[in-house]
Design a protein around this ligand. Structure first.
Ligand code: SF4
Ligand code: SF4
Length: 251
């Protein structure tokens, strides 16, 4: 499917889910209400049932990019050790005041009088329809035509921060050293271009939370996880229509 076709699609709301799926979504969705990411409440829904129904969930041989890089977060495995964040900062020279990836923490009820902590790793979603790219006045941020990675050309960035305001995921920060906005680029310059097949965060995770790979390849782990028939897969804030390429599941 081409990006121009994707752009014509609209996200459907949870009310369009089959009733059983909607019940489990609402149960889970309500349990995480109150999680804030830069002031925005995260909403969850089933990517397969909402986006799959309208064709936005890429199918084999119908992907816009080749390779179509994406990440699956097996969220329930995260133990908040932050090794991913440390590896990312070291590999990509991320200053202490910024982040390209981080871990959000939330509490939810696990019984009548008990709560449990849940950790949610987040990073740039490398959206198929990225608001940041749409608003950049100088084309300093762009979607790589081959891989779909949303990249930065620091030389073109004039520091207006419009992209930071437009990103629904708070995935960008202003890097003083570069006098430009910085964000995750799936380690394309620091690792992938040097023959590595994993991002720094995925390689460093001791719990195998972060699975990185080519969503266009049915033999890849990301493809198999996203398309596992028995699993619920969701994306963050689907209502924005940004069509994220980072998927979440409990596995
Ligand atoms: S998550 Fe934000 S920075 Fe990343 S592509 Fe989407 S809108 Fe752009
Ligand atoms: S390295 Fe893995 S387990 Fe540790 S905080 Fe990051 S995602 Fe979670």
């Amino acid at each position: 499917m081409k990006i121009s076709d994707l752009e014509k699609l609209k996200n459907e709301g949870a009310e369009n889910l089959p009733s059983e799926e909607r019940r489990s979504f609402l149960k889970f969705g309500l349990s995480v209400t109150g999680v804030f990411l830069g002031g925005s409440v995260l909403s969850l829904t089933s990517a397969r049932n909402v986006q799959g129904a309208i064709g936005a969930m890429p199918q084999a041989k119908k992907f816009p990019y080749s390779p179509h890089y994406s990440m699956v977060m097996r969220q329930n495995r995260c133990v908040d050790c932050e090794r991913c964040k440390e590896a990312c900062a070291k590999t990509n020279h991320v200053p202490s005041y910024g982040y390209r990836t981080t871990i959000l923490e939330m509490e939810r009820e696990s019984g009548p009088n008990t709560t449990e902590r849940i950790f949610m790793p987040v990073l740039c979603n490398h959206c198929n329809r990225p608001p940041c790219v749409r608003v950049c006045p100088t084309k300093a941020t762009f979607k790589d035509e081959k891989t779909g990675i949303v990249m930065m050309d620091y030389k073109k960035c004039i520091g207006c921060k419009t992209c930071m305001a437009a990103c629904p995921y708070n995935a960008r920060y202003f890097k003083e050293e570069n006098r430009a906005v910085d964000k995750c680029n799936f380690c394309i310059d620091t690792r992938l271009s040097k023959g590595e097949t994993q991002t720094a965060c995925a390689a460093a995770c001791p719990a195998d939370v972060r699975v990185f790979g080519d969503l266009a390849d049915p033999a890849s782990r990301v493809y198999q996880l996203v398309h596992a028939p028995e699993k619920v897969v969701w994306v963050l804030r689907p209502e924005t229509g940004a069509l994220p390429n980072v998927f979440y599941m409990n596995d």
